[in-house]
Design a protein around this ligand. Structure first.
Ligand code: BES
Ligand code: ZN
Ligand code: ZN
Length: 493
Protein backbone atom coordinates (compact mmCIF):
# COMPACT_ATOMS: atom_id res chain seq x y z
CA UNK A 1 0.00 0.00 0.00
CA UNK A 2 0.94 3.62 -0.42
CA UNK A 3 2.17 5.13 2.83
CA UNK A 4 2.86 8.69 1.79
CA UNK A 5 1.11 11.04 -0.54
CA UNK A 6 2.50 14.55 -0.95
CA UNK A 7 2.10 17.61 -3.10
CA UNK A 8 5.15 18.74 -5.04
CA UNK A 9 5.67 21.57 -7.52
CA UNK A 10 5.29 20.47 -11.15
CA UNK A 11 9.01 20.53 -11.86
CA UNK A 12 10.61 17.42 -13.29
CA UNK A 13 14.00 16.37 -12.01
CA UNK A 14 14.53 13.40 -14.31
CA UNK A 15 14.87 11.12 -11.30
CA UNK A 16 11.18 10.12 -11.32
CA UNK A 17 10.54 6.40 -11.70
CA UNK A 18 7.24 7.00 -13.45
CA UNK A 19 5.13 10.07 -14.18
CA UNK A 20 1.40 9.57 -14.71
CA UNK A 21 -0.05 12.05 -17.20
CA UNK A 22 -3.85 12.26 -17.21
CA UNK A 23 -5.17 13.57 -20.54
CA UNK A 24 -8.66 14.53 -21.68
CA UNK A 25 -10.00 13.20 -24.95
CA UNK A 26 -10.94 16.71 -26.05
CA UNK A 27 -7.65 18.35 -25.06
CA UNK A 28 -6.13 20.29 -27.90
CA UNK A 29 -2.57 19.07 -27.63
CA UNK A 30 -0.30 19.03 -24.59
CA UNK A 31 0.07 22.14 -22.48
CA UNK A 32 1.94 23.34 -19.38
CA UNK A 33 4.04 20.77 -17.52
CA UNK A 34 2.80 17.94 -19.78
CA UNK A 35 4.24 19.79 -22.77
CA UNK A 36 7.55 20.30 -20.94
CA UNK A 37 7.65 16.58 -20.21
CA UNK A 38 6.95 15.83 -23.86
CA UNK A 39 9.89 17.98 -24.92
CA UNK A 40 12.15 16.08 -22.49
CA UNK A 41 10.90 12.83 -24.04
CA UNK A 42 11.53 13.95 -27.61
CA UNK A 43 7.80 14.16 -28.37
CA UNK A 44 7.05 10.56 -27.41
CA UNK A 45 3.75 11.67 -25.81
CA UNK A 46 2.66 13.78 -28.77
CA UNK A 47 3.48 10.91 -31.10
CA UNK A 48 1.35 8.46 -29.14
CA UNK A 49 -1.53 10.92 -29.33
CA UNK A 50 -1.07 11.81 -32.97
CA UNK A 51 -0.75 8.22 -34.14
CA UNK A 52 -4.11 7.45 -32.56
CA UNK A 53 -2.61 4.68 -30.46
CA UNK A 54 -3.61 6.64 -27.40
CA UNK A 55 -6.92 8.49 -27.71
CA UNK A 56 -7.33 9.44 -23.99
CA UNK A 57 -10.55 7.48 -23.80
CA UNK A 58 -11.87 7.05 -20.29
CA UNK A 59 -9.61 4.65 -18.37
CA UNK A 60 -7.23 4.01 -21.28
CA UNK A 61 -3.56 3.68 -20.30
CA UNK A 62 -0.30 3.55 -22.23
CA UNK A 63 3.08 2.99 -20.62
CA UNK A 64 6.04 4.56 -22.40
CA UNK A 65 9.66 3.81 -21.60
CA UNK A 66 11.82 6.87 -22.17
CA UNK A 67 15.40 6.88 -23.29
CA UNK A 68 16.41 10.51 -23.13
CA UNK A 69 18.49 11.90 -20.28
CA UNK A 70 16.69 14.14 -17.76
CA UNK A 71 13.41 12.42 -18.56
CA UNK A 72 11.66 10.18 -16.03
CA UNK A 73 12.23 6.46 -16.50
CA UNK A 74 8.63 5.84 -17.57
CA UNK A 75 5.58 7.85 -18.51
CA UNK A 76 2.07 6.47 -18.06
CA UNK A 77 -0.55 8.17 -20.20
CA UNK A 78 -3.99 8.02 -18.61
CA UNK A 79 -7.22 8.79 -20.46
CA UNK A 80 -9.87 10.80 -18.62
CA UNK A 81 -12.46 10.88 -21.42
CA UNK A 82 -14.34 14.08 -22.16
CA UNK A 83 -13.60 17.04 -19.92
CA UNK A 84 -17.26 17.91 -19.27
CA UNK A 85 -18.14 14.32 -18.41
CA UNK A 86 -15.64 13.80 -15.60
CA UNK A 87 -17.24 13.04 -12.24
CA UNK A 88 -16.14 11.40 -9.00
CA UNK A 89 -16.98 7.88 -10.15
CA UNK A 90 -15.20 8.21 -13.50
CA UNK A 91 -12.20 9.81 -11.86
CA UNK A 92 -12.04 6.94 -9.35
CA UNK A 93 -12.14 4.41 -12.19
CA UNK A 94 -9.36 6.23 -14.03
CA UNK A 95 -7.24 6.39 -10.86
CA UNK A 96 -7.83 2.68 -10.41
CA UNK A 97 -6.76 1.93 -14.01
CA UNK A 98 -3.51 3.88 -13.62
CA UNK A 99 -2.77 2.15 -10.35
CA UNK A 100 -3.49 -1.28 -11.82
CA UNK A 101 -1.25 -0.57 -14.81
CA UNK A 102 1.66 0.06 -12.44
CA UNK A 103 0.88 -2.72 -9.99
CA UNK A 104 3.20 -5.50 -11.02
CA UNK A 105 6.03 -3.30 -12.29
CA UNK A 106 7.82 -2.89 -8.98
CA UNK A 107 7.81 0.88 -8.83
CA UNK A 108 8.52 2.25 -5.38
CA UNK A 109 7.19 5.70 -6.08
CA UNK A 110 5.02 7.36 -8.69
CA UNK A 111 4.38 10.97 -9.69
CA UNK A 112 1.02 12.24 -10.85
CA UNK A 113 1.02 15.28 -13.10
CA UNK A 114 -2.26 16.86 -12.13
CA UNK A 115 -4.29 18.66 -14.83
CA UNK A 116 -5.47 22.06 -13.62
CA UNK A 117 -9.20 21.24 -13.86
CA UNK A 118 -8.72 18.23 -11.66
CA UNK A 119 -6.67 20.24 -9.17
CA UNK A 120 -9.58 22.67 -8.97
CA UNK A 121 -12.32 20.09 -8.56
CA UNK A 122 -12.12 18.53 -5.07
CA UNK A 123 -14.57 15.71 -5.97
CA UNK A 124 -12.70 14.66 -9.11
CA UNK A 125 -9.34 14.93 -7.37
CA UNK A 126 -10.61 12.91 -4.43
CA UNK A 127 -12.02 10.27 -6.79
CA UNK A 128 -8.80 10.01 -8.79
CA UNK A 129 -6.66 9.60 -5.68
CA UNK A 130 -9.08 7.28 -3.93
CA UNK A 131 -9.24 5.02 -6.98
CA UNK A 132 -5.46 5.05 -7.24
CA UNK A 133 -4.90 4.16 -3.59
CA UNK A 134 -7.65 1.55 -3.30
CA UNK A 135 -6.57 -0.32 -6.44
CA UNK A 136 -3.39 -1.26 -4.58
CA UNK A 137 -5.41 -3.15 -1.95
CA UNK A 138 -5.31 -6.91 -1.61
CA UNK A 139 -6.26 -9.32 1.19
CA UNK A 140 -4.20 -12.42 1.77
CA UNK A 141 -3.76 -15.02 4.48
CA UNK A 142 -1.26 -17.02 2.43
CA UNK A 143 1.74 -18.35 4.30
CA UNK A 144 4.17 -16.65 1.95
CA UNK A 145 2.53 -13.32 2.58
CA UNK A 146 0.82 -11.27 -0.05
CA UNK A 147 2.20 -10.34 -3.43
CA UNK A 148 1.79 -6.72 -2.42
CA UNK A 149 3.28 -4.14 -4.77
CA UNK A 150 6.19 -2.16 -3.33
CA UNK A 151 4.65 1.17 -4.35
CA UNK A 152 4.93 3.35 -1.24
CA UNK A 153 4.86 6.97 -2.34
CA UNK A 154 2.71 9.10 -4.58
CA UNK A 155 3.84 12.64 -5.39
CA UNK A 156 1.06 14.81 -6.76
CA UNK A 157 2.58 17.42 -9.05
CA UNK A 158 0.67 20.69 -9.11
CA UNK A 159 1.20 24.35 -8.36
CA UNK A 160 -2.21 24.48 -6.69
CA UNK A 161 -1.40 24.44 -2.95
CA UNK A 162 -5.05 24.01 -1.98
CA UNK A 163 -4.94 20.34 -3.02
CA UNK A 164 -3.04 19.48 0.17
CA UNK A 165 -6.27 19.41 2.17
CA UNK A 166 -7.85 16.93 -0.25
CA UNK A 167 -4.68 14.81 -0.24
CA UNK A 168 -4.73 14.53 3.56
CA UNK A 169 -8.47 13.82 3.69
CA UNK A 170 -8.39 11.18 0.94
CA UNK A 171 -5.42 9.38 2.46
CA UNK A 172 -7.05 9.29 5.89
CA UNK A 173 -10.36 8.17 4.46
CA UNK A 174 -8.79 5.39 2.39
CA UNK A 175 -7.16 4.00 5.55
CA UNK A 176 -10.63 3.53 7.00
CA UNK A 177 -12.09 2.09 3.78
CA UNK A 178 -9.24 -0.41 3.94
CA UNK A 179 -10.16 -1.02 7.59
CA UNK A 180 -13.68 -2.00 6.52
CA UNK A 181 -12.35 -4.20 3.69
CA UNK A 182 -10.00 -6.03 6.05
CA UNK A 183 -12.77 -6.75 8.57
CA UNK A 184 -15.32 -7.80 5.95
CA UNK A 185 -12.78 -10.05 4.21
CA UNK A 186 -11.68 -11.59 7.50
CA UNK A 187 -13.14 -15.09 7.88
CA UNK A 188 -15.70 -15.51 10.65
CA UNK A 189 -13.39 -17.82 12.63
CA UNK A 190 -10.92 -14.94 12.86
CA UNK A 191 -13.43 -12.16 13.48
CA UNK A 192 -16.03 -13.05 16.10
CA UNK A 193 -18.30 -10.55 17.88
CA UNK A 194 -15.72 -10.42 20.68
CA UNK A 195 -12.90 -9.75 18.19
CA UNK A 196 -14.84 -6.97 16.49
CA UNK A 197 -15.59 -5.35 19.84
CA UNK A 198 -11.91 -5.50 20.78
CA UNK A 199 -10.96 -3.87 17.49
CA UNK A 200 -13.50 -1.10 18.06
CA UNK A 201 -12.05 -0.57 21.53
CA UNK A 202 -8.50 -0.32 20.18
CA UNK A 203 -9.50 2.16 17.47
CA UNK A 204 -11.37 4.23 20.04
CA UNK A 205 -8.36 4.33 22.33
CA UNK A 206 -6.10 5.38 19.47
CA UNK A 207 -8.31 8.29 18.43
CA UNK A 208 -9.72 9.50 21.73
CA UNK A 209 -13.25 8.16 21.33
CA UNK A 210 -15.24 6.95 24.36
CA UNK A 211 -16.10 3.29 23.94
CA UNK A 212 -18.20 0.85 25.95
CA UNK A 213 -18.75 -2.77 25.08
CA UNK A 214 -21.84 -4.43 26.54
CA UNK A 215 -21.73 -8.18 27.20
CA UNK A 216 -24.47 -10.73 27.77
CA UNK A 217 -25.22 -9.67 31.37
CA UNK A 218 -25.70 -6.04 30.40
CA UNK A 219 -27.76 -6.95 27.34
CA UNK A 220 -30.03 -8.98 29.63
CA UNK A 221 -30.28 -6.11 32.10
CA UNK A 222 -31.12 -3.69 29.27
CA UNK A 223 -33.79 -5.97 27.84
CA UNK A 224 -32.12 -6.43 24.45
CA UNK A 225 -34.31 -9.47 23.78
CA UNK A 226 -33.87 -9.45 20.01
CA UNK A 227 -30.06 -9.30 20.10
CA UNK A 228 -29.99 -12.15 22.63
CA UNK A 229 -32.49 -14.19 20.60
CA UNK A 230 -30.37 -14.11 17.44
CA UNK A 231 -27.22 -14.96 19.42
CA UNK A 232 -28.82 -18.04 20.99
CA UNK A 233 -27.74 -20.58 18.39
CA UNK A 234 -24.07 -19.64 18.50
CA UNK A 235 -21.27 -20.48 20.90
CA UNK A 236 -19.97 -16.96 20.29
CA UNK A 237 -20.93 -14.44 22.95
CA UNK A 238 -22.91 -11.41 21.72
CA UNK A 239 -21.45 -7.93 22.09
CA UNK A 240 -22.93 -4.47 21.74
CA UNK A 241 -20.47 -1.72 20.87
CA UNK A 242 -21.16 1.89 21.86
CA UNK A 243 -18.72 4.53 20.62
CA UNK A 244 -19.23 8.17 21.51
CA UNK A 245 -17.37 11.00 19.81
CA UNK A 246 -18.18 14.54 20.85
CA UNK A 247 -16.57 17.60 19.30
CA UNK A 248 -19.75 19.39 18.44
CA UNK A 249 -21.05 20.67 21.76
CA UNK A 250 -24.11 18.52 21.12
CA UNK A 251 -24.91 19.79 17.62
CA UNK A 252 -25.44 18.13 15.26
CA UNK A 253 -25.87 14.89 17.16
CA UNK A 254 -26.12 11.82 14.95
CA UNK A 255 -26.49 8.15 15.86
CA UNK A 256 -24.90 5.71 13.42
CA UNK A 257 -26.23 2.18 13.82
CA UNK A 258 -24.61 -0.80 12.06
CA UNK A 259 -25.64 -4.43 11.66
CA UNK A 260 -22.77 -6.70 12.65
CA UNK A 261 -23.58 -10.37 12.13
CA UNK A 262 -20.07 -11.83 12.01
CA UNK A 263 -21.48 -14.87 10.25
CA UNK A 264 -25.01 -15.34 8.93
CA UNK A 265 -25.67 -19.03 8.27
CA UNK A 266 -29.39 -18.23 8.28
CA UNK A 267 -29.82 -20.12 11.55
CA UNK A 268 -32.48 -22.85 11.52
CA UNK A 269 -33.78 -21.30 8.25
CA UNK A 270 -30.36 -22.21 6.91
CA UNK A 271 -29.04 -20.72 3.68
CA UNK A 272 -27.98 -22.79 0.67
CA UNK A 273 -24.23 -23.43 0.70
CA UNK A 274 -23.24 -21.79 -2.62
CA UNK A 275 -22.70 -18.21 -1.50
CA UNK A 276 -22.86 -18.78 2.23
CA UNK A 277 -19.18 -17.96 2.71
CA UNK A 278 -19.90 -14.35 1.73
CA UNK A 279 -21.91 -14.11 4.92
CA UNK A 280 -18.65 -13.63 6.83
CA UNK A 281 -19.19 -10.07 5.63
CA UNK A 282 -22.62 -9.65 7.18
CA UNK A 283 -20.97 -7.31 9.70
CA UNK A 284 -20.19 -4.74 6.99
CA UNK A 285 -22.71 -2.22 8.34
CA UNK A 286 -21.10 -2.33 11.77
CA UNK A 287 -17.63 -2.02 10.24
CA UNK A 288 -18.73 1.05 8.28
CA UNK A 289 -20.04 2.94 11.30
CA UNK A 290 -17.04 2.07 13.50
CA UNK A 291 -14.54 3.14 10.85
CA UNK A 292 -16.53 6.26 9.95
CA UNK A 293 -16.62 7.51 13.51
CA UNK A 294 -12.87 6.85 13.76
CA UNK A 295 -12.28 8.86 10.58
CA UNK A 296 -14.52 11.68 11.83
CA UNK A 297 -12.57 11.79 15.08
CA UNK A 298 -9.21 11.94 13.28
CA UNK A 299 -10.53 14.76 11.12
CA UNK A 300 -11.90 16.47 14.23
CA UNK A 301 -15.27 17.06 12.62
CA UNK A 302 -17.25 19.41 14.88
CA UNK A 303 -20.11 17.00 15.49
CA UNK A 304 -21.37 14.63 18.13
CA UNK A 305 -21.66 11.09 16.80
CA UNK A 306 -22.61 7.86 18.52
CA UNK A 307 -21.96 4.48 16.89
CA UNK A 308 -24.18 1.62 18.04
CA UNK A 309 -23.22 -1.83 16.79
CA UNK A 310 -25.01 -5.01 17.86
CA UNK A 311 -22.64 -7.93 17.16
CA UNK A 312 -23.80 -11.54 16.98
CA UNK A 313 -23.26 -14.74 15.05
CA UNK A 314 -26.38 -16.34 13.50
CA UNK A 315 -26.03 -20.11 13.82
CA UNK A 316 -28.29 -23.16 14.16
CA UNK A 317 -27.94 -25.39 17.18
CA UNK A 318 -30.10 -26.99 19.85
CA UNK A 319 -30.56 -23.67 21.59
CA UNK A 320 -31.19 -21.66 18.45
CA UNK A 321 -34.14 -19.43 17.74
CA UNK A 322 -36.83 -21.31 15.78
CA UNK A 323 -39.36 -20.25 13.16
CA UNK A 324 -42.58 -19.67 15.07
CA UNK A 325 -40.85 -18.38 18.20
CA UNK A 326 -42.08 -15.06 19.51
CA UNK A 327 -39.46 -12.74 20.98
CA UNK A 328 -39.74 -9.54 22.99
CA UNK A 329 -37.70 -6.53 21.85
CA UNK A 330 -36.12 -3.88 24.08
CA UNK A 331 -39.19 -1.66 23.86
CA UNK A 332 -41.49 -4.48 24.98
CA UNK A 333 -43.17 -5.25 21.67
CA UNK A 334 -43.29 -8.79 20.33
CA UNK A 335 -42.09 -10.20 17.00
CA UNK A 336 -42.96 -13.60 15.58
CA UNK A 337 -40.05 -15.25 13.77
CA UNK A 338 -41.06 -16.56 10.35
CA UNK A 339 -37.48 -16.90 9.13
CA UNK A 340 -34.44 -17.00 11.39
CA UNK A 341 -32.53 -15.72 8.34
CA UNK A 342 -34.24 -12.33 8.70
CA UNK A 343 -32.05 -11.68 11.74
CA UNK A 344 -30.58 -8.28 10.86
CA UNK A 345 -33.86 -6.43 11.38
CA UNK A 346 -34.17 -8.05 14.81
CA UNK A 347 -30.85 -6.89 16.20
CA UNK A 348 -31.38 -3.49 14.57
CA UNK A 349 -34.79 -3.15 16.23
CA UNK A 350 -33.13 -3.22 19.66
CA UNK A 351 -30.28 -0.96 18.54
CA UNK A 352 -32.64 1.61 17.00
CA UNK A 353 -34.82 1.87 20.06
CA UNK A 354 -31.69 2.27 22.17
CA UNK A 355 -30.47 4.99 19.77
CA UNK A 356 -33.53 7.10 20.56
CA UNK A 357 -32.33 7.43 24.15
CA UNK A 358 -29.41 9.55 22.95
CA UNK A 359 -31.96 12.07 21.60
CA UNK A 360 -30.19 12.42 18.23
CA UNK A 361 -31.25 14.80 15.48
CA UNK A 362 -30.84 11.92 13.09
CA UNK A 363 -30.32 8.17 13.12
CA UNK A 364 -28.63 6.50 10.14
CA UNK A 365 -28.38 2.72 10.02
CA UNK A 366 -26.20 0.65 7.68
CA UNK A 367 -26.98 -2.99 7.08
CA UNK A 368 -26.45 -5.85 4.66
CA UNK A 369 -30.14 -6.41 5.18
CA UNK A 370 -31.82 -7.96 2.14
CA UNK A 371 -30.80 -9.93 -0.93
CA UNK A 372 -33.75 -8.28 -2.67
CA UNK A 373 -31.94 -4.95 -2.82
CA UNK A 374 -29.57 -6.53 -5.36
CA UNK A 375 -32.57 -7.33 -7.55
CA UNK A 376 -33.88 -3.77 -7.19
CA UNK A 377 -30.70 -1.71 -7.66
CA UNK A 378 -27.84 -4.02 -8.58
CA UNK A 379 -24.44 -4.07 -6.96
CA UNK A 380 -23.24 -0.50 -7.39
CA UNK A 381 -26.09 1.44 -5.82
CA UNK A 382 -27.32 1.14 -2.24
CA UNK A 383 -30.93 1.72 -1.22
CA UNK A 384 -31.88 4.47 1.18
CA UNK A 385 -35.23 4.28 2.91
CA UNK A 386 -36.31 6.70 5.61
CA UNK A 387 -38.79 9.08 7.11
CA UNK A 388 -37.15 12.40 6.19
CA UNK A 389 -37.14 13.43 2.52
CA UNK A 390 -34.59 16.23 2.83
CA UNK A 391 -32.12 13.91 4.57
CA UNK A 392 -32.68 11.26 1.88
CA UNK A 393 -31.87 13.85 -0.79
CA UNK A 394 -28.79 14.96 1.14
CA UNK A 395 -27.52 11.37 1.25
CA UNK A 396 -28.08 10.92 -2.49
CA UNK A 397 -25.98 14.04 -3.15
CA UNK A 398 -23.22 12.79 -0.80
CA UNK A 399 -23.29 9.57 -2.83
CA UNK A 400 -22.55 11.46 -6.02
CA UNK A 401 -19.62 13.34 -4.47
CA UNK A 402 -18.10 10.18 -3.00
CA UNK A 403 -18.78 7.86 -5.95
CA UNK A 404 -20.77 5.66 -3.56
CA UNK A 405 -24.17 5.86 -5.16
CA UNK A 406 -27.49 5.67 -3.33
CA UNK A 407 -31.08 5.68 -4.57
CA UNK A 408 -34.25 5.88 -2.56
CA UNK A 409 -37.10 3.39 -2.25
CA UNK A 410 -40.54 4.49 -1.00
CA UNK A 411 -41.76 3.80 2.50
CA UNK A 412 -45.47 4.52 2.46
CA UNK A 413 -47.95 3.15 5.00
CA UNK A 414 -49.02 0.46 2.52
CA UNK A 415 -45.84 -1.48 3.32
CA UNK A 416 -46.62 -1.64 7.02
CA UNK A 417 -49.55 -4.04 6.59
CA UNK A 418 -47.12 -6.76 5.51
CA UNK A 419 -45.26 -6.91 8.81
CA UNK A 420 -48.24 -6.73 11.19
CA UNK A 421 -48.31 -9.87 13.33
CA UNK A 422 -51.12 -12.38 13.76
CA UNK A 423 -50.36 -13.43 17.34
CA UNK A 424 -47.64 -10.83 17.96
CA UNK A 425 -47.19 -7.11 17.31
CA UNK A 426 -45.03 -7.79 14.27
CA UNK A 427 -43.58 -10.62 12.23
CA UNK A 428 -40.04 -10.57 10.89
CA UNK A 429 -40.91 -11.40 7.28
CA UNK A 430 -43.52 -9.69 5.13
CA UNK A 431 -43.44 -11.87 2.01
CA UNK A 432 -41.38 -11.62 -1.17
CA UNK A 433 -43.03 -8.50 -2.60
CA UNK A 434 -41.03 -5.36 -1.91
CA UNK A 435 -39.09 -7.22 0.73
CA UNK A 436 -36.30 -4.65 1.07
CA UNK A 437 -38.99 -2.13 1.91
CA UNK A 438 -41.01 -4.30 4.28
CA UNK A 439 -37.76 -5.03 6.15
CA UNK A 440 -37.31 -1.26 6.51
CA UNK A 441 -40.96 -0.93 7.53
CA UNK A 442 -40.16 -3.12 10.53
CA UNK A 443 -37.13 -0.97 11.42
CA UNK A 444 -39.32 2.14 11.23
CA UNK A 445 -41.42 0.84 14.11
CA UNK A 446 -38.40 1.27 16.40
CA UNK A 447 -37.23 4.82 15.61
CA UNK A 448 -40.28 6.66 16.92
CA UNK A 449 -40.44 10.18 15.57
CA UNK A 450 -36.69 10.63 15.15
CA UNK A 451 -35.56 11.50 11.61
CA UNK A 452 -34.01 8.30 10.31
CA UNK A 453 -32.31 6.84 7.24
CA UNK A 454 -31.76 3.15 6.60
CA UNK A 455 -29.09 2.24 4.05
CA UNK A 456 -29.24 -1.31 2.68
CA UNK A 457 -25.72 -2.21 1.53
CA UNK A 458 -26.35 -5.90 0.76
CA UNK A 459 -25.60 -5.19 -2.92
CA UNK A 460 -22.66 -2.86 -2.55
CA UNK A 461 -20.57 -4.35 0.26
CA UNK A 462 -19.08 -7.13 -1.86
CA UNK A 463 -17.59 -7.47 -5.34
CA UNK A 464 -17.90 -10.89 -6.96
CA UNK A 465 -15.48 -10.22 -9.78
CA UNK A 466 -13.26 -7.36 -8.63
CA UNK A 467 -13.67 -5.95 -12.14
CA UNK A 468 -14.19 -2.34 -11.10
CA UNK A 469 -10.66 -0.90 -11.35
CA UNK A 470 -10.46 0.15 -7.70
CA UNK A 471 -12.20 -2.93 -6.29
CA UNK A 472 -10.68 -6.30 -5.62
CA UNK A 473 -12.60 -9.53 -5.30
CA UNK A 474 -14.42 -9.46 -1.96
CA UNK A 475 -15.11 -6.50 0.30
CA UNK A 476 -15.54 -3.07 -1.30
CA UNK A 477 -15.49 -0.94 1.84
CA UNK A 478 -18.59 0.86 0.54
CA UNK A 479 -20.10 3.35 2.97
CA UNK A 480 -17.29 5.16 4.78
CA UNK A 481 -16.75 7.77 2.08
CA UNK A 482 -20.51 8.21 1.66
CA UNK A 483 -21.13 8.68 5.36
CA UNK A 484 -18.23 11.02 5.92
CA UNK A 485 -19.30 13.20 2.98
CA UNK A 486 -22.83 13.17 4.37
CA UNK A 487 -21.71 14.20 7.86
CA UNK A 488 -19.57 16.99 6.40
CA UNK A 489 -22.60 18.23 4.48
CA UNK A 490 -24.49 18.63 7.77
CA UNK A 491 -21.85 21.15 8.85
CA UNK A 492 -22.09 23.13 5.64
CA UNK A 493 -25.44 24.55 6.84
N1 BES B 1 -27.58 -11.03 5.44
C1 BES B 1 -28.72 -11.37 4.67
C2 BES B 1 -28.93 -10.47 3.46
C3 BES B 1 -27.88 -10.51 2.38
C4 BES B 1 -28.10 -11.28 1.24
C5 BES B 1 -26.75 -9.77 2.46
C6 BES B 1 -27.15 -11.30 0.24
C7 BES B 1 -25.80 -9.78 1.46
C8 BES B 1 -26.01 -10.55 0.34
C9 BES B 1 -29.98 -11.24 5.52
O1 BES B 1 -29.83 -11.52 6.86
C10 BES B 1 -30.94 -12.23 4.95
O2 BES B 1 -30.65 -13.37 5.03
N2 BES B 1 -32.02 -11.76 4.39
C11 BES B 1 -32.98 -12.59 3.78
C12 BES B 1 -34.31 -12.16 4.31
C13 BES B 1 -35.40 -13.11 4.02
C14 BES B 1 -35.24 -14.41 4.72
C15 BES B 1 -36.67 -12.46 4.50
C16 BES B 1 -32.89 -12.42 2.27
O3 BES B 1 -32.63 -11.31 1.82
O4 BES B 1 -33.02 -13.41 1.58
ZN1 ZN C 1 -30.00 -13.62 7.29
ZN1 ZN D 1 -27.90 -11.19 7.63
Amino acid sequence: MIRSIVRVAPNLTGREEVVIVPIFQDDKGLTGPARKLDILCRSALAKALKSGRFAAKRGQTLLLATTTPRAPEFVLLLGLGMREELNAERAANAGGQASTALKSLNFKSANLLLPEVVAQSPDALHGLLKGFLLAQYGYSLKREGSNESPLRRLAVMTAETRVSRVLRRTKLLVEHVVGVRDWVNAPANLLTPTDLANKARNLSEAYGIKCRVLGRKELERMGMGAVLAVARGSTQEPRFIVMHYNQGGGRPRVCLVGKAVTFDSGGISIKPWQDMHEMKGDMAGGAVVIQTIAAAARMRLPIEAVALVPCVENMPDGGALRPGDVITTRDGRTVEILSTDAEGRLILADALSYAQEFRPELIVDFATLTGAVIIALGKRVAAVIGNDDSMIERLIQAGKRSAELVWSLPLDDVFEEAIKGDISDFKNYGGRDGSSITAAALLKQFVGRTPWLHVDIAGTFWSDSGKIPYHSKGATGYGVDLTLSFLESLLGG
